[in-house]
Design a protein around this ligand. Structure first.
Ligand SMILES: [Zn+2]
Length: 248
């Protein structure tokens, strides 16, 4: 069992023969990005793309990101998970990406959908690559030649939901197969059965652990450390991300 609980501002990494999972940055309310790198094909998949994604990925992979990012899966539309998409698309356009880009979103995730549709229509004449977005829901999937993705529903809400009623936003976790390896990603969620099912048996689970201790409220938006560790242990190894940063 490998587990990592630190959330420093530098990389967290996990790897096996087939893939390397890197978390260049993840902090609740600021930004989260995960890169899955397929060692045999050189292709990359992003799980969320918060602020600073382009900068952080360039530091690690250089301009390979222009064409080798095959698919980006967004867990939900909160800014700290998708705020870097516009910059990344702009960088790919400027550098002349040629391969189509697949973007996976929870069905009804307006925040990402509108950036994609704006970008496509605004730069129609000068966009050298296709951007395709695919709306996923609980149990649906999307496969490219390199990444086989299945979505599972999670339970998350934010400032737009002001009551304690269960009005959840479109939010998904993902289970991705790369070769024979399985990666599970929680997205943002409070504890739910579908999360456990989505994580169970994965080679590496990447789990949000926003709260050190669960706040005294019924309105549970996130996992706490103890819950995240418990879920993580359903996988063969896990990383805990998306902690609340300690800025004075
Ligand atoms: Zn969120």
């Amino acid at each position: 069992m490998i587990f990592m609980t630190e959330n420093k501002e530098n990389d967290m990494e996990w790897e096996n023969d087939e893939l390397k999972a890197t978390v260049p940055f993840s902090a609740a309310g600021i930004s989260s990005t995960i890169v899955l790198y397929s060692k045999f094909t050189g292709k990359m998949m992003l799980l969320d793309a918060g602020d600073g994604t382009t900068r952080d990925l360039l530091d690690i992979y250089g301009n390979r990101i222009v064409n080798e990012i095959d698919v980006i899966a967004f867990s939900h539309g909160h800014f700290d998970h998708m705020g870097g998409l516009y910059t990344l698309l702009g960088y790919m356009r400027m550098m002349g990406r040629t391969l189509p880009l697949n973007i996976l979103i929870p069905k009804g995730c307006k925040e990402v959908e509108e950036i994609v549709t704006f970008f496509r229509s605004n730069y129609r004449e000068s966009l050298p690559f296709d951007i395709w977005y695919h709306e996923l829901f609980d149990g649906s999937g999307f496969d490219t030649d390199f990444f086989k993705t299945r979505a599972f529903e999670v339970k998350h809400y934010g400032l737009e939901n002001i009551t304690e009623d269960d009005i959840f936003m479109p939010a998904l976790g993902y289970r991705i197969r790369i070769g024979q390896s399985i990666v599970a990603y929680s997205g943002d969620t409070r504890h739910c059965d579908s999360l456990e099912a989505g994580v169970r048996g994965a080679d590496i689970a990447i789990i949000e652990a926003t709260h050190l201790e669960m706040p005294e409220t019924k309105r549970r938006v996130h996992l706490c450390l103890e819950e995240a560790e418990k879920v993580g242990k359903l996988a063969k190894a896990y990383m805990l991300i998306h902690r609340i940063p300690n800025y004075e």
